[in-house]
Design a protein around this ligand. Sequence first.
Ligand code: C2O
Length: 511
Amino acid sequence: MELTKFVDELPTIPTLKPNAILNGVPYYEVTMLQCHQQLHRDLPPTTIWGYNGMYPGPTIEAFSHQLIRVCWKNQLPTKHFLPVDKTVHGAEPPNPEVRTVVHLHGGATPDYSDGYPEAWFTNDFQQVGPYFVTKTYDYPNLQPSTALWYHDHAVGITRLNIYAGLSGFYLIRDTQEQMLNLPRGNYEVPLLVQDRSFNEDGSLYYPCEPEEPVEGVCPSVVPEFFGDTILVNGKVWPYLDVEPRRYRFRLLNASNSRFYNFSLSSNQFFYQIGSDQGLLEQPVMTKEILLGPAERADIIVDFSTQFGNTITLQNSAPSPFPGGDPPNPETTGLILQIRVIRPLCSLDQSTIPYYLTYMPTLSENLASKNRLLSLDMAKDAYGREIHLLDNKRWADPITECPKLGTYEVWSFINTTEDAHPIHIHLVRFQVLDRQPYNVDVYQQTDEIVTTGSKIPPPLNERGWKDTVIANPGEITRVIFAVGPFSGLYVWHCHILEHEDHEMMLPYIVIK
Ligand code: C2O
């Protein structure tokens, strides 16, 4: 289906209002609902699942160190409208077909509120998973200002629930950020970027099985998914009219599998001021930004010299990444049209500060443990190729039990052909380096023979992160303080088709 580009205005995502303030704590209720939403001018309304019936969900805004509580409710149908594979772990009968649980991605959250994949619940809490603890989640927001996102995390069907629409922004503010005089209000624009495909009737298309069908399994999980249209804030290829001034964009790659290498058709420089977990020490001037699934970038673009021009936010990342086909310059290479046609309605007094925030450098000498963790390929019981973390599966005994308050280095040894965006719940980390090594020798002998020197992270990765791209043929090392809570968490590849199909493991922070 050919959809005309840039005919719908970029939706502004509303901010969620608390239902009450209880003992000084903002309390919210959010209900997951099945609804219809028009995703493009020429499409009939599409069935979606949305938080409060909206796709994307309403933006939650919190203040650093101010606790908020959210009661997440499920009023969804008991049958999924996307193809559920009941052979993947956690999706087998008698588990209910539709399960939900909400994870605040990047949140330093106590484990009972972290959205453990088996803490799921169904419509009206009629059934709950084995790890379900509470209906109301606590978010203490013990972290600096940044753009987090909340999304579904139910074991075995996360890819389908997020694809159906279950994701939204969660912004943390603090005084540091407020003092910086960054573009704000109408000049700060969150951009939630996802790829989707549609059937002729306007319904969301998600494949029933891989290109080469699997004997005896239908529907079957696919190894990855790439849609042929790009949506921003829930509209296909929207446009945004701007004034000739500075804008702050909060970029989020909320796609299932697609990586984006963002750039502007005006070929102009812009400034990255923050990464996943908050501000960088200094802005980084760049013409392109690569984001794997779940990664975020906080950028400032200056349109002051562009009045009258039309600029396209575009994508050049291949799919799969890095070895796949380049995006189609007419479709998946295009994201958002920005038209600099609004008159300047006031003088732009925002700044791009030279210095943003203090960024300590964690030295690897701090670490009491260095975990070598391979990213591998294997086959499941049906002969399907799967990706694993450290050759283990979800149901295997838990092996990673870091101690609260210590530092650890985790080294991701990627033996596969794909880049994997690896996300660790609870913690924020720094990227130490990436180093090429000999994959064949490693696979035959378990010995690490490096083939080049350690490459320090690029400037825009020298801040706090929660998701890191582990490239094929490289060892990617991250360091973090274990905490701030103990308990049961997970780490996983954020390609949702990988995560749902065994590329996710629990880990325990012990006291
Ligand atoms: Cu964005 Cu475990 O998730």
